[in-house]
Design a protein around this ligand. Structure first.
Ligand SMILES: [Zn+2]
Length: 301
C-alpha cells in the first residue's frame, strides 16, 4: 500500500494516515455492534439515512462513485454491478463489496465527507490498491479494515507465521479478494512478513507487518524490480501460472538505508497468482531469529 516516499519521515506520515483511515472503519464497526463474517457493506450503507445506493453496469467507467446532492441532502453511492454477473441473487462479488466499502470510506472519513459536502468534485474509484492518490489509498485502507475487521481477523492470522493457506481461508470466509486479504493479513500479523503486488513485472504496492517495520526495513519503491527468483516467477505467471516458493536476501526487496545486517537477512517468498487482477502476489517472510540477532539496539534492556 505504498507509493514512493522521498524520505523515511514522508513514509511515516503516509503510514499514519492509512492507519487512521483503518481505525475509522473499526470505529464504525464498533458502533454497529455484533460482528460476524462476512461483513455486509450494503447493510452498513443502508443504515445511513443520507445514503442512497444505486447499482448498475457502468462498464469500464468506474467501480464506484460517491456524489453529494445538496438539494436532497443525499449522498448517492454508485457501484458497478458488472462483477456480480453469475453471482447468486442477493449476493455480491468480492470486488463489488470492496467498491461499496471504499465509497463508504469517502463517506465516513471526515475530510472526504467535508470535501463532498462543500461541493468538491466526485471521482470514479477503480480497483483495489491500484492507485497512488492518497485519498484513494485512504479509502482502500478503510475498505479493507471494514471488510476484514481487526477484531475478527487478528486472531486468525496470529496462530503462526502467516501462510498463503491462511490468506486463502480468510478471503473465503470474509468474501474478500486475495489481494486485499493478503494486504490486510500482513498488516495485522505479529510475525515479520510483508506482501508485494507485482504488475507489469514491477512492484505495484507493498504492505508490511509491524515487526518488519520495527526492525528497520522500508518498502521497495513503486516501480522497482523484484528479486531475481521472483523475476523468474513473473515469467511463469505471464505464461499462465506461477506457484511455489523462492528465496532472496533482504536487500533484494527492502530499502535498508545501508544497514548491512538487514541487507543479508534471508527472505522466503511464496507466490500467489491472481490472474483476474493481473497481479502476482508475493508473500515475504523473514525468520524472527535473524531479526532478533543483531538488528535491534533500542529495544534491548
Ligand atoms: Zn475513491
Amino acid at each position: 500500500m505504498t507509493r514512493t516516499p522521498r524520505t523515511r519521515a514522508d513514509w511515516q506520515i503516509q503510514r499514519n494516515r492509512l492507519e487512521k483511515a483503518a481505525n475509522r472503519a473499526g470505529e464504525i464497526l464498533g458502533v454497529i455492534g455484533g460482528l460476524w463474517a462476512p461483513i455486509d457493506p450494503f447493510a452498513i450503507a443502508a443504515s445511513e439515512e443520507s445514503i442512497t445506493v444505486i447499482g448498475d453496469d457502468f462498464k469500464n467507467r468506474f467501480d464506484g462513485q460517491l456524489e453529494y446532492h445538496r438539494k436532497q441532502g443525499q449522498f448517492l453511492l454508485f457501484y458497478n454491478s458488472k462483477y456480480d454477473v453469475g453471482v447468486a441473487a442477493g449476493l455480491h462479488h468480492s470486488r463489488t463489496r470492496f467498491s461499496v466499502a471504499h465509497e463508504l470510506g469517502h463517506f465516513y472519513l471526515d475530510a472526504h465527507h467535508a470535501h463532498l459536502r462543500r461541493g468538491g468534485a466526485a471521482h470514479g474509484s477503480r480497483g483495489e490498491f491500484a492507485t497512488d492518490v492518497m485519498i484513494e489509498r485512504e479509502a482502500d485502507a478503510f475498505a479493507a479494515a471494514m471488510l476484514l475487521p481487526a477484531k475478527l481477523v487478528r486472531p486468525l492470522v496470529n496462530q503462526d507465521e502467516l501462510s498463503l493457506v491462511v490468506v486463502k481461508e480468510v478471503a473465503m470466509q470474509f468474501n474478500t479478494s486475495l489481494v486485499s486479504t493478503a494486504i490486510r493479513c500482513v498488516s495485522l500479523s505479529d510475525f515479520p512478513c510483508a506482501v508485494v503486488g507485482l504488475r507489469d513485472g514491477v512492484v505495484a504496492w507493498t504492505a508490511m507487518s509491524s515487526p518488519v517495520i520495527d526492525a528497520g526495513f522500508y518498502p521497495p519503491a513503486r516501480g522497482s524490480s523484484p528479486s531475481r527468483s521472483t523475476m523468474e516467477s513473473w515469467r511463469q505467471f505471464q505464461a499462465g501460472e506461477a506457484f511455489g516458493k523462492g528465496s532472496a536476501f533482504g536487500k533484494e526487496w527492502f530499502r535498508t538505508y545501508d544497514r548491512d545486517d538487514l541487507e543479508r537477512v534471508h527472505v522466503t517468498e511464496h507466490y500467489l497468482p491472481v490472474q483476474s487482477m493481473e497481479t502476482l502476489v508475493v508473500l515475504l517472510s523473514v525468520p524472527e531469529d535473524e531479526l532478533a540477532s543483531d538488528s535491534d539496539d533500542d529495544d534491548d534492556l
